[in-house]
Design a binder for this molecule. Structure first.
Ligand SMILES: NC(=O)C1=CN([C@@H]2O[C@H](COP(=O)(O)OP(=O)(O)OC[C@H]3O[C@@H](n4cnc5c(N)ncnc54)[C@H](OP(=O)(O)O)[C@@H]3O)[C@@H](O)[C@H]2O)C=CC1
Ligand SMILES: O=C(O)[C@@H]1CCC=N1
Length: 268
């Protein structure tokens, strides 16, 4: 099966890299890019061929659209004249409904909407998958298999994709932000930056492993760190005082709203 990534930026590169690490043959992967320097860089790094959209449409069984939502219109215009009935279109674009692709591409084109995240780079993606109205169960399974090789996959109704985009799509950025802020706290306390980074990154990795492998609820895990009369509860009091929980609720709601807005920009 040949997979072409249309728009090999951050998420497109993460997919290419993740698939190669998972054992995909570079010869079965293609990508398109609008800047020749970027295409050359990717080919040098991964041994994957950069092609024109026409060649991708002709050769690939799965076309993964990974351009910014704002760049979708010209790409759809180009694709509409190129793809055949056997092409399966997978969109990773935040906010864009499958109905947009179905309206703009030849009648009956199967479309699957996916919200992945950048941990795909290290085989630890969370991808949520929703089938459009022409995609068959078999095509959905093909996409699930493809994405399972680079992380975990859930199948969800498309109505939940904007929420998913804010939760797991953007989620890694919020964890990185937290780690960055905690490293800054180390600097404030006079710990050398490299040491602070090592301490916090390992705390994050350890916490992540406990969340994944231990099966315990995050509340229990936090309580186990919070000794009576100890240090952690002082920190928790400050987090509560500063409204960090409410800030996270607002942040994720706002990201969801932006996903909805990106989709609305392409309504007829
Ligand atoms: N980054 C992330 O964590 C995630 C992103 N996504 C989605 O993935 C998509 C891409 O996001 P991201 O990777 O961050 O963005 P990037 O800007 O890094 O990647 C998009 C790439 O596509 C190129 N491009 C634009 N139009 C075309 C075209 N017609 N043909 C070929 N290449 C083209 C862009 O070029 P140029 O540099 O000139 O713009 C850019 O290199 C978005 O729709 C986003 O919502 C989904 C989940 C997570
Ligand atoms: O910020 C964005 O729009 C994309 C979608 C989810 C993560 N990154």
């Amino acid at each position: 099966m040949t997979v072409a990534v249309l728009g090999a930026g951050k998420i497109g590169e993460a997919l290419l890299s993740g698939l190669l690490d998972a054992g995909y043959d570079a010869g079965d992967l293609l990508f398109t890019e609008r800047h020749p320097e970027r295409a050359a860089e990717l080919t040098e790094r991964y041994g994957v061929k950069g092609v024109e959209v026409a060649e991708a449409a002709e050769r690939a069984d799965v076309l993964v659209v990974a351009v910014k939502p704002q760049d979708i219109e010209p790409l759809l215009d180009e694709l509409a004249g190129l793809i055949g009935p056997d092409s399966l279109v997978v969109s990773m674009c935040a906010g864009l409904p499958t109905s947009l692709f179905e309206r703009r591409l030849p009648a009956g084109t199967p479309v699957i909407r996916v919200m992945p995240n950048t941990p795909m780079l290290v085989g630890a993606a969370m991808s949520a998958v929703s089938a459009g109205k022409h995609a068959t169960d078999e095509q959905l399974q093909t996409v699930e298999r493809l994405l399972s090789s680079v992380g975990k996959v859930v199948v969800l109704p498309e109505s939940q994709q904007d929420a998913v985009t804010a939760l797991s799509g953007s989620g890694p950025a919020y964890f990185f932000y937290l780690v960055e802020a905690m490293i800054d706290a180390g600097i404030l306390l006079g710990v050398p930056r490299a040491v602070a980074q090592q301490l916090i990154v390992q705390a994050a990795v350890g916490a992540g492993k406990m969340l994944e492998e231990g099966g315990e609820h995050p509340v229990m895990l936090r309580e186990n760190v919070t000794s009576p009369g100890g240090t952690t509860i002082n920190g928790i009091r400050e987090l509560e005082k500063h409204g960090v929980r409410a800030a996270l609720l607002d942040a994720i709601e706002s990201a969801r709203d932006r996903s909805v807005e990106l989709g609305k920009a392409h309504e007829e």
